[in-house]
Design a protein around this ligand. Structure first.
Ligand code: SF4
Length: 428
């Protein structure tokens, strides 16, 4: 059969889709990703992180069931976080779907006895051949009051260091040059199986994997930051000078209510320390705006912090009230319109910061990995940019470049979210 897998949500879902794809392929099916071509089966891997994500998942399911009605698709199956959380509601609301499978029910979908999303080998990548996501743990032991992820994904389960290194070696052998380490909470990696933080050990082991050129880190929790990892990042060129560390907010009151106790002073000191240890590091963060009770003064405090710290990369989400989280009990008293206004204000500040930062890069020669080509340009990224979420470097097509290779690129022009440049000499 032909199976088309559609993935919504975060990169962790991409990894899950790849694990499912590998198993389907082993069963003799022909699997592809994100296609509009006719297929026997469409499998939609959903997200329900916030309201917008739920709506996007529902729209995707409906567009696929429409195609089923037109005869372009045989059956539609739905898996992922949304099924884990709302299976019964979905089943009654969407009878045209042929099956909903929670995580525990995936073996039924695959007609097998056992299937472990976290450790299943991945022989098919949904990403371009030169980069891949590598999930180091699943679930989360924290209890942030707004977050439904622990309810959906459960407590943290870490993979063993040897297994992650084995996967990284396999990926490198098949030509992957860049891996993105992902976890709900990278900071706590290993605490469940080793009873101590093990991120430093993991990174030291990964630094020895032959063939990888870039490794980047996603989703470090700012409290209890594992400072010894900074030495490993600094000593090994394979690690991108990049860290994704969602702060969510900086107001002491809001952080306390979010159950992420900290303060602007502590967060400032943490960022300064990271920047001191690894000069030039790009710090990416995400913020949540419109949390219950967020006053204008608290929003202003957040704006001032963003202005002062000048994050290199920033994403801003509007608070979404999620059932069974602690914050669900509190009044969602910032209107949707006001949440959007605050979100926009923060992004406008960031746009100016990003423009200034990018303009400072004009004249510099930076290693750039080539992701794709279109009619006029090659598009790539620096070590300071993760795929899909960060800046692009556009290189005018003059010579032929190999997708997935890293070239020195002299930056000649910049706007807020893109750099432009030309390849300077032989590739690295
Ligand atoms: S650390 Fe992240 S995943 Fe874990 S509960 Fe908090 S926000 Fe959710």
């Amino acid at each position: 059969m032909t199976i088309n897998i559609i993935t919504l949500g975060c990169s962790k879902n991409n990894v899950d889709s790849e694990a499912l794809a590998a198993r389907f392929a082993k069963m003799g099916h022909q699997v592809f990703f994100e296609s509009d071509a006719p297929s026997d089966i469409v499998l939609v891997n959903t997200c329900c992180f916030i309201q917008d994500a739920k709506e996007e998942s529902i729209e995707e399911i409906l567009s696929r069931t429409e195609r089923k009605k037109r005869g372009e698709v045989g059956q539609v199956f739905v898996v992922g976080c949304m099924v884990q959380r709302y299976k019964e509601e979905l089943r009654s609301a969407l009878p045209e779907v042929d099956g909903f499978y929670s995580f525990a029910e995936l073996p039924d979908l695959l007609n097998t006895q056992s299937f472990d999303l976290l450790t299943e080998p991945r022989d098919l990548l949904s990403t371009p051949a030169h980069y891949a996501y590598l999930k180091v743990s699943e679930g989360c032991d924290r209890q942030c009051s707004f977050c439904a992820i622990p309810l959906i994904r459960g407590k943290q389960v870490s993979k063993r260091v040897e297994q992650i290194v084995f996967e990284a070696e396999q990926l490198a052998r098949r030509g992957v040059k860049e891996i993105m380490l992902i976890a709900q909470d990278l900071t706590a990696y290993g605490t469940d199986i080793y009873h101590e933080k093990a991120l430093k050990t993991l990174l030291s082991s990964l630094a020895r994997v032959q063939g990888l050129q870039w490794i980047r880190l996603h989703y470090a929790y700012p409290n209890d930051f594992p400072f010894p990892i900074l030495d490993v990042l600094q000593e090994n060129k394979v690690f991108c000078r990049y860290i994704d560390m969602p702060l969510q907010h900086v107001s002491e009151r809001i952080l306390r209510d979010m159950r992420r106790p900290s303060s602007p002073g502590k967060l400032r000191a943490l960022i300064e320390h990271i920047r001191e240890k690894i000069p030039g590091i790009a710090i990416r963060t995400t913020l949540l705006t419109g949390f219950p009770g967020e006053t204008l003064a608290e929003h202003e405090e957040l704006k001032r912090f963003v202005q002062e710290i000048k994050f290199d990369r920033l994403g801003v989400f509007s608070y979404s009230r999620e059932e069974n989280t602690a914050a669900y009990a509190w009044k969602d008293n910032v209107s949707p319109r006001e949440k959007r206004r605050r979100q926009k204000e923060l992004m406008q500040i960031q746009e100016k910061i990003s423009l200034t930062n990018n303009q400072l890069k004009i004249g510099q020669c930076l290693p750039v990995i080539i992701d794709r080509e279109n009619e006029d340009f090659y598009e790539g990224r620096t070590e300071f940019d993760s795929p899909e979420v960060d800046n692009l470097v556009r290189i005018k097509k003059q010579t032929i470049l190999n997708i997935g290779d890293i070239y020195p690129v002299r930056i000649s022009k910049a706007n807020a979210y893109d750099l432009y440049g030309t390849v300077e000499m032989e590739r690295n």
